[in-house]
Write a protein of this length. Sequence first.
Length: 227
Amino acid sequence: MAVHAHPDDESSKGAATTARYVSEGVEVLVVTCTGGERGDLLNPNYPSVDGGIDAMREIRRTEMANAARALGVRQQWLGFVDSGLPDGDPMPPLPPGCFALTPLEEASAPLVELVRQFRPHVVTTYDPSGGYPHPDHIMCHRVSVEAFETAGNPERYRGRGEPWQPLKLYFNHGFSMVRMRAMHEALLAAGRESPFGDWIESRQAREIPERSVTSRIVCAAWFGARD
């Protein structure tokens, strides 16, 4: 079970790993916490999206279905609303009713139920920083840890299925500032434009901890499916 915050995270974090396990006959379930309704439109070739977060939600659902098909995984929505990525100093308040503001037990309950239904041996998600400090990624970590620690306890989340305890919980190692800074500096040294721009020196980037790697999955042969 791979637990992600938004549709697109399954494609940018661990996609080749999930595709590899699917190819080996392992059943993989991607859980998407939010609909990605407040995602930014970064591709200048993509037409503008009219209709607000409802229209964006439908686009993201289509994209998610295509990604699940490409990777060969199953996918399930938790149904929470994207919190958006706040910007500013000080940061503006998060929108009412968003995922990151949902009480932990309320946000964790549907994931506990999925764990008890799907019965995974391994759960993957983000580290306590969220991989990078997006409020939905941090909340995704919190609900994943809560579900991992309580799904096997019959006294917790009563009425949400028969208890099941997964064996392992892994954190994705998607963001390495050492690696990203090396790429940034190499591009500039070669006279090319870096996609990281000023972000590499931003406060958000400085808040991303450099964590040690405990496990590696050889998955280069599945980069095509990931892409």
